[in-house]
Design a protein around this ligand. Structure first.
Ligand code: NAI
Ligand code: MG
Length: 368
């Protein structure tokens, strides 16, 4: 059988720098674990604009559609700020998400013990936290019609419409239940069924999909406002949270920041299952191209490395290897290895991007 394929789109700024460390880990998986991927690389964002006059060519788009997983670094930078909207680097990323129809956005909030004091919450509330928020990404109030600013008598009225079809709810629910089966078999669905009809439908459809297809997964429901409160009070009660686009936007940002630095946050965006049963998938760090530190070897590669770990778990069914990578990250942090963004006010001597990657490789070696 052919090796699973990965398309790497490193992008701009620190994108290529953090991706270089992921490539070390991909190489390590081949050398030390006999797990081989067919890796190809292409351009996205500003670098693609420089080469081709567009942030994403049709050829690259086709390659992304065909890949088992896409790993993206980051796009954008001040050099491209004055470009026309239609060719801005971010448009490349938006086109990928839209044409791959990536409706399920996974944002983990994972707190490594060694960084628990970075959180604004008490250590015991966040230490060891490991939850995932699944946000519906392609529908809901950001897309519903009618929308606009209209004149009504003597004043203006701003309108957005929360709209969800059964099939849109069902597919993101399935994505959350599949995820739960690869984790701890537990899903909490959040909406506002007490005040919104779309929330009533959401709760009904999630329950139907659960009862029919995933009765083995533990399902609970919570109103999203109560959920926000519970996330701050005792986040460890959750494992997988599934919610709509708007609530997911807010809840995932809040949950992610429970745990500290932007340089630590991975993400995945999943679409419909392909012929081989794997979902279409794009994995990327939450951070951007960080032009302020680009080219200086200062970037923290962990967000990108943890995004690759998500790919191992969710695209390649290599949960054990994903855990191995996460444990290696945990070990280097526990050993006090820190890039500059992870230095507390007391300071110290930070390692470079490459040194962080090498330390993670050593920890992987030690795991054998
Ligand atoms: P940013 O995430 O690039 O940087 C924000 C701050 O966090 C900066 O001080 C940066 O140095 C720091 N930072 C980010 N990632 C880091 C890492 N891995 N290690 C250490 N420090 C890190 O967001 P910003 O500055 O708002 O945007 C910069 C550019 O990136 C813009 O062109 C923006 O459009 C683009 N961007 C791209 C995204 C993407 O590709 N998905 C997401 C967000 C922004
Ligand atoms: Mg947001």
């Amino acid at each position: 059988m052919a090796n699973p394929s990965i398309l790497i789109l490193a992008g701009d700024g620190i994108g290529p720098e953090v991706m270089a460390e992921v490539k070390k880990i991909i190489g390590w998986m081949g050398d030390k674990r006999g797990i081989h991927f067919d890796v190809s690389e292409d351009l996205v964002g500003g670098c693609a604009y420089d080469a081709h006059g567009t942030p994403l060519t049709d050829a690259t788009m086709a390659r992304a559609q065909a890949a088992d997983a896409v790993l993206l670094g980051a796009v954008g930078g001040p050099k491209y700020d004055k470009l026309d909207f239609s060719v801005k680097p971010e448009r490349g990323l938006l086109r990928l998400r839209k044409e791959m129809d990536l409706y399920s956005n996974l944002r983990p909030a994972q707190c490594f013990d060694a960084l628990a004091d970075f959180s604004s919450l008490k250590r015991e509330v966040v230490a060891g936290l490991d939850i995932v928020i699944v946000r519906e990404l392609t529908s809901g109030v950001y897309f519903g019609e009618p929308r606009g600013i209209f004149k009504e008598g003597n004043e203006r009225v701003g309108i957005n419409t929360q709209r969800y079809t059964e099939s849109e709810i069902a597919r993101v629910a399935r994505s959350a239940f599949e995820l739960a089966r690869k984790r701890n078999n537990k899903v909490c669905s959040m909406e506002k069924a007490n005040v919104m009809e779309s929330g009533i439908l959401w709760r009904d459809v999630v329950t139907e999909v659960h009862d029919r297809e995933y009765p083995d997964v533990e399902l609970s429901h919570m109103y999203a406002d109560a959920g926000a409160m519970q996330l701050c009070r005792w986040p460890k009660q959750f494992d997988v949270i599934v919610t709509d686009n708007l609530f997911g936007d807010l809840l995932s940002d809040a949950a992610a920041m429970l745990t500290g630095s932007l340089g630590m946050l991975p993400s995945a965006s999943l679409g419909a299952p392909m012929a081989n049963g794997r979902p279409k998938a794009l994995y990327e760090p939450v951070h951007g191209s960080a032009p302020d530190i680009a080219g200086q070897g200062k970037a923290n590669p962990i967000a990108c490395i943890l995004s690759f770990a998500m790919a191992l778990r969710y695209s390649f069914d290599l949960g054990e290897e994903a855990t191995r990578v996460e444990k290696a990250v945990e070990k280097v942090l526990a050993d006090g290895v820190r890039t500059a963004d992870l230095m507390g006010p007391e300071g110290g001597s930070p390692v470079s991007t490459g040194q962080m990657g090498d330390a993670i490789i050593s920890a992987l070696d030690a795991s054998l």
